[in-house]
Design a protein around this ligand. Structure first.
Ligand code: NAP
Ligand code: F7E
Length: 327
């Protein structure tokens, strides 16, 4: 039985990856932070199938202990302060987790289990002020937020450990991917949750930031499969994972509101509070390498994904109403 250690298991991608690895017969270990509410996040439904280890990306001894306990064949480093907006409010914390945290986990692997295969969650945000259209593995980085700058460090330290210590370390440059398990602060989920609340009469407007920015949005369930594929190859490498389509936030609004027969123009208010000090205006990925070498391609379309998210939010908000949780 193969063993895998997942950091960030309580987040969006962690839950889909844990489901995938469990379905393939892996023994799954997940790193969890201590918190006052003792939460299991997105993996509450898998609580009895996963072995949890308390650790933190900023605490090397805890990561060493986690690798000692799990003796993993594969390590997926998904943990991050992942919200771009917050990275301007907490740039040091973001760097501690998203940059130095990567060195911490790589050191733990190098010391304890150097033959473990390693996946690093890199991001299209590293392309930032894009230097080429579409963006691919060789496109130069131009990060535009403290989050993206920290992720560029994580990306290069992964490559450096591969080249310095011969670790089987891969970096997946994943473009935005979403799902009903996406955090409520990210734009897709903020919109689908808002649409559900407006449709069910709980509120009337959503306050939004820049409606002109464009993103290449895919489905998280498809993207974790690409992570796994990267670690099954003969040699470690880095891959862009994207759909090859880009849409504005305005198009996202149209898709979500029209699905429930509403017009977003009647309900969306642009609020400068949600604009960023420096914006990534457009992202569009070229996943040709992943297609050719991994045989990967996305299965769920943008429209299918947004409809799935609206449907799930409608169900959840209706359950809140039925349970008397919403005013
Ligand atoms: P997410 O939902 O925000 O999950 C982040 C996870 O990291 C949570 O489990 C969180 O635990 C954990 N975490 C945060 N700080 C930690 C720390 N100091 N020590 C240990 N764990 C910590 O993120 P996601 O969307 O699943 O993304 C997964 C990874 O892919 C992240 O590294 C993200 O930056 C990267 N990425 C995401 C996308 C995307 O579009 N989703 C695209 C490219 C790259 P708590 O539950 O305790 O907060
Ligand atoms: O913003 C614009 C916002 O916060 C997308 C993370 O997973 O993907 C994610 O980062 C766009 C931006 O994601 C609102 O200005 C407009 O242009 O959903 P987001 P992100 O910043 O692209 C990358 C790949 C990651 O790696 C990150 O971890 O939408 N936008 N109005 C808004 N965004 C938010 N959140 N809220 C708004 O009201």
């Amino acid at each position: 039985m193969k063993s895998a250690l997942i950091t960030g298991i309580t987040g969006q991608d962690g839950s889909y990856l844990a489901e995938l690895l469990l379905s393939k017969g892996y023994k799954v270990y997940g790193i969890r932070r201590r918190s006052s509410d003792n939460h299991y996040g997105t993996v509450a439904h898998l609580k009895d199938k996963i072995e949890f280890i308390y650790a933190d990306m900023t605490d090397l001894p805890s990561l060493i202990k986690a690798v000692e306990i799990a003796q993993p064949d594969e390590v997926y480093n998904l943990a991050a302060q992942s919200f771009v907006q917050t990275s301007w409010e907490q740039p040091i914390l973001t760097a501690d987790i998203d940059a130095l945290g990567v060195t911490n986990i790589l050191e733990a692997i190098r010391m304890v289990k150097p033959d473990a295969r390693y996946y690093q969650a890199s991001t299209s945000e590293m392309f930032g002020k894009v230097q080429e259209m579409p963006q691919r593995e060789t496109t130069p980085f131009y990060p535009r937020s403290p989050y993206a700058v920290a992720k560029v460090y994580g990306h290069w330290i992964t490559i450096n450990y591969r080249e310095s210590y011969d670790l089987f370390a891969c970096s997946g440059i994943l473009f935005n991917h979403e799902s009903p398990r996406r955090g409520l602060e990210f734009v897709t989920r903020k919109v689908t949750d808002g649409v559900a609340r407006i449709k069910l009469g709980l509120m009337d407007e959503i306050r939004m930031g820049n409606l002109d920015s464009k993103r290449d949005w895919g489905f998280a369930g498809d993207y974790v499969y690409a992570m796994w594929l990267m670690l099954q190859q003969d040699a470690p490498d880095d891959y862009v994972i994207a759909t090859g389509e880009t849409r504005t936030v305005r198009e996202l609004l149209e898709t979500a509101f029209s699905y429930v027969d509403l017009d977003y123009k009647d309900h969306v208010v642009v609020d400068p509070k949600f604009f960023r000090p420096a914006e990534v205006k457009i992202l569009l990925g070229d996943a040709t390498k992943a297609k050719e070498k991994l045989g990967w391609k996305p299965k769920v379309s943008f429209e299918q994904m947004i409809h799935m998210m609206v449907d799930e939010d409608l169900k959840r908000v209706q359950a809140e109403i039925d349970g008397g949780l919403s005013k």
